[in-house]
Design a protein around this ligand. Sequence first.
Ligand code: PLP
Length: 439
Amino acid sequence: MHKSLVERDQSCIWHPFTAQTLAPPPLPVKRAKGTKIILEDGTEIIDAVSSWWVNIHGHGNEELAETLKQQALDLDHIIFAGFTHEPAVKLAEQLIPQLRGDLSRVFFSDNGSTANEIAIKMIIQYFYNKGIHTRKKVIAFEGAYHGDTFGALSMADRSPFSKPFEDYLFDVDFLPFPTEDNWEEVRTRMETLCQTEEYCAFIFEPLVQGASGMRMYKSEWLDELMGIAHNHGTLCIADEVMTGFYRTGELFATHHLKNNTPDIITMSKALTGGIMPLSLTICTNEIYNAYLTDDVLKTFFHGHSFTGNPLACAVASKSLEMLLSEERQAQIKNIVASHKAFKEKIKSTPFCKSVRQTGTILAIEYDSEKETSYFNSIKDELYKYFLSENVLLRPLGNVVYINTTYTITEEELEKVYAVIEKVFSKGISHVQNKISELT
Ligand SMILES: *Cc1c(COP(=O)(O)O)cnc(C)c1O
């Protein structure tokens, strides 16, 4: 008997963030082109979440594919200790002038979690190397997400996902997520914590907390909190893994700030246009200088097999070039403007509890009677409904968000808006017959 791809998958694959027995079987993908995911049976699904927030130039992009092929023929991979190569140096040289402040040393890894692990390790050892042993603690935001490895998980808010590991996570002090109502309280708390001079780092997702539901906050608040941190010698890590590369309308979310720049910025996801795994941890000279010593024990002993992979670096360079092109910049502006118009429209639908936008990210809260949580079944119902309409939208709890490729066509974007508007106008129970047909 010939087994289907899904049957074969089900007997040997373990999927990420997936309740293996509860989740419906995965959909078999044949190919992807532009903003479309094409299934084995020919069904075309609009990828409105850019494949977990990574894909910005569309799938199957010829320029990126060509760059990848050429690079693979020239130099595929090489050990990055004791050797260097053009793609890594070129990428660093391209990026550094785009950054604000003194961010000027690039360290490579291959995903957002490790980029953040490296950031906190760099800071911990920065103080160690300087002989300062009193700053051991970290400040993060409630609702934060910084990845799934232990250090990154420690700096993220405690959630049901991290429950089994709780005893193994290092302590972090969490600031309440800032809102109009609690801002004064948040600022005072930050002041109180930083005054102790016990904190080495303050880590945050600038302007938008992704995984906790595309929660947005004012750049002025972040600016002020970073100012407090800096006044008391606490270093700031901007986790731009999700917000980087124009998601917030600027190349980086921290570019919205007027007074402060981070001491470390981390980036991944859209860095390669979303087609190769790569991440960067970029620090200031001040941090780097603490490692410039003949004492070998003050070396930063960290690296991965694929550190500085030439294929990923070459693609990232090309992606950045394409991103800065007039064409892409115009597309980004169009998405921002379209979202703005749609926001006004969706606002008055009966099931819209609230709607918010930062740059190209639009988030709409579905008004369910049920409690808002990741396990809320409303999330699964909405997800299934959108798929039945051939649109991939993966709600976070009851928050439906669009975080799409910049090359999405006007027609595709209209389709995404239309299916969202339908469910927010009629309610999920009134569009559900479509779902039962599907399952
Ligand atoms: C996705 C994400 C990470 C983790 O990146 P991975 O590549 O999935 O390890 C870290 N921080 C933020 C803000 C993210 O959105």
